[in-house]
Ligand binder design. Structure first.
Ligand SMILES: NC(=O)c1ccc[n+]([C@@H]2O[C@H](COP(=O)([O-])OP(=O)(O)OC[C@H]3O[C@@H](n4cnc5c(N)ncnc54)[C@H](OP(=O)(O)O)[C@@H]3O)[C@@H](O)[C@H]2O)c1
Length: 276
């Protein structure tokens, strides 16, 4: 297979490039091709004519999106549509990475792919609108929704917690947001399999199991053997510009339908801490 990955310098893009063996894979940064530039995107895709395009490029600063709405929609929605239009013109398949933040978090059981989108933040809106546009342009595209990414090669939650725990006796971490931490290595592996299985439609791809940010932080600190105390607090106590869903656990059923199983988030965290 010939594959083109947009967003190659990001957390997931780097993992995709490390994990993807046995196919011809080309990676693009924002310097090689800014997805806001439809002409450039079309030219790149036309030249490469890949079997699959994996779109891992996005404006991912969830709080930054609240104050830079135009940029959020220009990259996350319109940029994604440019890639989909180019894929359609070149006859390439497209796998788009979306987010648990397309949901409002009011459910108390895992979100299935049939559940309605109801984003609560600008970032969530931009990803939800991208999904809708992409399904119009390329009805057979694959949309892989994921959540709470961590991995090598960029800022991520475990690194932040380890840094704070090494310099402070106690950390306050929110305990009223629940989701599925996901290791970029495991997500990349699942994406590669989805492409090889010629997947289409919406798929939820996360490590198995759920926790709050507090529980995630506690596991990180304990696994690293650090003495810092991790204390649970509410989201109200650490106000941030963007609202986050209180519960955004994604059900693994859609991924299991492709015969793909993911390890637990605790197993993924142990591997990450050993490998970083
Ligand atoms: N991180 C999470 O917790 C999380 C959760 C759910 C879903 N997701 C989704 O998963 C995907 C990968 O996330 P990530 O954490 O790997 O993101 P990331 O580390 O922030 O990387 C995103 C990449 O997008 C590229 N990019 C930004 N604007 C661009 C533009 N206008 N044109 C071309 N490239 C552009 C950047 O490229 P340069 O570095 O070359 O400038 C950056 O390397 C994204 O779609 C994100 O929405 C992430």
């Amino acid at each position: 297979m010939r594959v083109t990955v947009f967003g190659v310098r990001g957390l997931l893009g780097q993992a995709l490039m490390r994990e993807w063996n046995g196919d011809e894979v080309a990676g693009l940064s924002s310097i090689d091709g800014d997805i806001r530039d439809s002409g450039k995107v079309r030219e790149i895709v036309e030249r490469k004519r890949p079997d699959w395009i994996v779109l891992a490029a996005a404006y991912t600063d969830v709080d930054g999106c609240e104050s830079h709405q135009d940029l959020a929609f220009a990259v996350n929605r319109d940029g994604a549509a440019h890639v989909a239009e180019a894929a359609k013109a070149a006859g390439s398949r497209l796998l788009f990475i979306s987010s648990d933040y397309v949901f409002d978090g009011r459910k108390t059981s895992p979100y299935e792919i049939e559940d309605s989108r109801n984003p609560q933040s600008v970032y969530g809106h931009s990803k939800a609108e991208a999904e809708i546009r992409l399904l119009e342009i390329l009805p057979d595209c694959c949309i892989a929704r994921t959540s709470w990414l961590f991995g090598k090669g960029g800022k991520c939650f475990p690194d932040t917690i380890l840094k704070l725990a090494a310099s402070r006796p106690a950390l306050d971490v929110v305990n009223d947001q629940r989701g599925c931490p996901t290791y970029t290595v495991d997500l990349a592996g699942a994406i590669i399999q989805l492409c090889r299985k010629d997947a289409s439609g919406i798929v939820h791809v996360t490590n198995v199991g759920a926790c709050s940010w507090f529980e995630f932080a506690r596991e990180i600190v304990q696994s690293a053997g650090l003495p810092a105390e991790v204390r649970p607090v509410s989201s109200q106590q650490v106000a941030r510009p963007a609202s986050r869903p209180a519960y955004s656990v994604l059900s693994p059923a859609s991924l299991q339908n492709f015969g793909i199983a993911m390890p637990s988030w605790q197993d993924a965290l142990r591997r990450y801490l050993a490998e970083r």
